[in-house]
Design a binder for this molecule. Structure first.
Ligand SMILES: NC(=O)c1ccc[n+]([C@@H]2O[C@H](COP(=O)([O-])OP(=O)(O)OC[C@H]3O[C@@H](n4cnc5c(N)ncnc54)[C@H](O)[C@@H]3O)[C@@H](O)[C@H]2O)c1
Length: 327
């Protein structure tokens, strides 16, 4: 199978490339413009350990650079994008271009030139807004796909609009699109920074013995999903595309892998055997106090559920960081 992955040397992209290249029959091509600082190391790793994977340095919107690869792809996994809410507020035009405009250019080219391809889009739990109304509920429950869409922040708007475009192209043109509204993903090859990828950022700060700033009270709750579990869901969706095409899926670590920021700090305190120095800033725009993915629909249709316990997954992330981040 020909698999094209945009954002292919990013965190999720690198893990997807590794996973899918284990099947020797797959031909993998990665598109990435290397705009995320540090991803050149992922590219270097892939070049050395997986030399058969083709890496094309290009913007997603510059279709000419990889036209043939799109036309001949059986599956396209669209991961490329600007990933930080903070950056989207600072540079909304940049965010719009990278997340919505370029996604649209890619999607519409697929419609015209390869409408039979399977297309996965990596959306986000941010399409449900800050879920403020849930703050007042005594009995919070995991979020399913019927939750009201509510785009807060330019990032929410650009990801959410692209999310709806992918679904609508499934409806109107019959494209085989699937949208994953991903919760918080973590794992090896993740270059976490303060603005995005908080689990990896926290672990890195512990390794480097640098302080951590918490935005808000630290009681925000997320269900944390180990990246390999996510890729397994991608693989199942590709394999069972007729069951899932045209649909969105909330996907996360679920109730068993739900932690607050302070609980993760506590786990890391114990692992590294020292007490992290914390400082506090006001909560950031659009931040959700609570997000836990119901995972019910994906379980029902694909039999998927998370299998990696956070306490195991975090150790694998730290192991990777120890070998890849200069301490
Ligand atoms: N990591 C998470 O927790 C998470 C959660 C929800 C959704 N997502 C979505 O999943 C996708 C992948 O996330 P990630 O964590 O791997 O991020 P990442 O930043 O590690 O990877 C994204 C990659 O896309 C590349 N890129 C950015 N704009 C591009 C463009 N216009 N053309 C070509 N390449 C471009 C970057 O260089 C980077 O390598 C993103 O779309 C993100 O919004 C991630």
């Amino acid at each position: 199978m020909n698999i094209l992955i945009t954002g292919g040397v990013g965190f999720i992209g690198t893990n997807a490339a590794i996973y899918f290249s284990k099947n020797k029959k797959n031909k993998i091509t990665l598109i990435d413009n290397f705009s995320r600082v540090g991803v050149d190391k992922n590219a270097q790793f892939l070049k050395e350990d997986f030399p058969k994977i083709k890496i094309i340095n290009s913007y997603v919107g510059a279709i000419k650079n990889y036209e043939e690869e799109i036309k001949t792809a059986n599956a396209i996994i669209h991961l490329a994008g600007q990933t930080a809410v903070t950056m989207s507020i600072k540079k909304p035009h940049y965010d719009f271009k990278n997340n919505l405009l370029e996604s649209f250019i890619l999607l519409d080219f697929i419609r015209r030139k390869n409408p039979k391809a399977t297309i996965l889009y990596s959306s986000t739990n941010k399409v449900y807004g800050d879920l403020k109304r849930r703050l007042y509920s005594r009995h919070q429950k995991p979020i399913d796909e019927d939750e009201k869409l509510d785009f807060i922040s330019p990032y929410g708007c650009s990801k959410g609009a692209a999310d709806l475009y992918f679904l609508d192209y499934g409806r109107i043109y019959g494209l085989k699109t699937v949208v994953f509204r991903q919760s918080c993903i973590y794992g090896p090859h993740q270059i976490g920074v303060e603005d995005q990828g908080w689990v990896a950022h926290f672990a890195k700060q512990f390794l480097l013995k640098k302080p951590i700033t918490i935005f808000g009270d630290g009681h925000q709750v997320r269900d944390l999903l180990y990246v390999k579990d996510l890729i397994k869901a991608y693989q199942l969706a590709i394999k069972n595309i007729d069951k899932v095409k045209g649909q969105p899926f909330n996907i996360g670590g679920g109730i068993n892998n739900t932690y607050s920021l302070l609980q993760v700090i506590n786990i890391l305190d114990k692992y590294f055997k020292y007490k992290m120095k914390l400082s506090y800033q006001p909560i950031r725009v659009g931040d959700q106090k609570y997000f836990v993915s119901a995972n019910k629909k994906i379980k029902k249709l694909l039999g998927w559920q998370p299998t990696t316990d956070f306490n195991k997954g975090i150790k694998r992330l730290i192991y990777w960081q120890k070998n890849n981040i200069a301490v």
